[in-house]
Design a protein. Structure first.
Length: 326
């Protein structure tokens, strides 16, 4: 039964990460059409929250048994943890403004070893050799899959900083999905966490777009803080019916639900390895929709990542013996 739960967790985390990997391409397309970070994140979270409320309502009226409700303490903890959802999207989207998407993905994928370190610290045990080797292979594959070694670019420190911040937030999201209020129905838990993320997103909306329109001091502070010379304009509501639905579906509805199901079963370390599927999916989506060139070495990197996932899921000798005895 335990093995079955692990496989179920791996499946859900893998699907969630793959869907999340599609997001960067649509964000890039939204930027190309003139939308801002605050418009992208606001539409994503508002529509995402609306969608989850509808799903929760349907689940509540169709469920044959009474669904668990969170305590006041759990609501506070989940909302606080949910800020990591908003921060991950926000930090990653800001990073993309300063550095190439491929570099931003590399930085975001540092959550792989961030998560292994966190799991090791919590369990007070060093990661086993297979996990260490798998992480090394994932990182090596990540470098190849993004063609990082052949890129002649100057990295903006703003992008590096926000990319690493996104990785840290992503790690926190995976950790909280794995540990907090695991008894709650997935939709209810996701809604509460998304509310916490929405607080961060709405605060940024005011800081980056609404406030600067009414205060020269805030405008000057924002431009100095982000080093963003793009003009500040009124909110473009067309984002909701152009990219908003796709961003909400791929960014705040499907992946958090699948992560909340998958990580408690897969575990933080294994789940973080499987979540690296986000990278090859991102490369493929960029190749198909953005017409970006993907060379052979990048596909080799993707193959290395997939090999690491297989290596991570191979049963140990003890597990083989347990299966034989059963």
């Amino acid at each position: 039964m335990k093995k079955k739960n692990i496989l179920k967790g791996v499946l859900f985390v893998g699907i969630g990460a793959s869907i999340y990997g599609m997001l960067a391409t649509f964000v890039k397309m939204a930027y190309q059409d003139g939308f801002t970070t605050s418009e992208v994140t606001t539409s994503q979270f508002l529509l995402g929250l609306t969608g989850l409320l509808v799903l929760n309502f349907i689940q509540t009226i169709t469920s044959k048994q009474k669904l668990s409700s969170p305590s006041a303490k759990e609501v506070r903890m989940l909302m606080l943890a949910g800020t990591s959802l908003g921060c991950t999207s926000l930090f990653y989207y800001i990073a993309v403004q300063y550095i190439d998407v491929s570099i931003a993905i590399v930085l975001l994928m540092q959550s792989v070893w961030f998560s292994v370190v966190v799991e090791s610290f919590i369990s007070k045990k060093l990661p086993n050799a297979r996990k260490v080797i798998s992480v090394i292979i994932v990182l090596a594959g990540t470098v190849l899959a993004t063609n990082l070694m052949n890129m002649d670019i100057e990295l903006d420190w703003h992008g590096i900083f926000w990319g690493l911040m996104a990785a840290a937030s992503y790690t926190l999201t995976m950790f909280t999905s794995n540990t907090l209020a695991t008894h709650l129905p997935v939709f209810r838990k996701s809604i509460i966490m998304l509310c916490g993320g929405a607080v961060v997103v709405f605060a940024f909306l005011f800081f980056a777009q609404i406030g600067p329109m009414h205060s020269e001091a805030l405008k000057s502070f924002y431009l100095n803080f982000t080093d963003n010379t793009a003009h500040i304009h009124s909110f473009n509501y067309s984002i909701f019916w152009t990219y908003g639905f796709v961003l909400a579906l791929f960014g705040t509805i499907i992946p958090p639900i699948l992560f909340n199901i998958g990580f408690p079963n897969a575990g933080l370390g294994l789940g973080s390895i499987v979540s690296s599927l986000e990278l090859p999916v991102s490369v493929t989506m960029a190749f198909v929709l953005l017409d970006e060139k993907v060379i052979f070495v990048q596909w080799m990197g993707i193959a290395l990542i997939l090999f690491a996932i297989v290596l991570m899921n191979l049963p140990s000798k003890e597990e083989y013996k347990a299966v034989e005895l059963s």
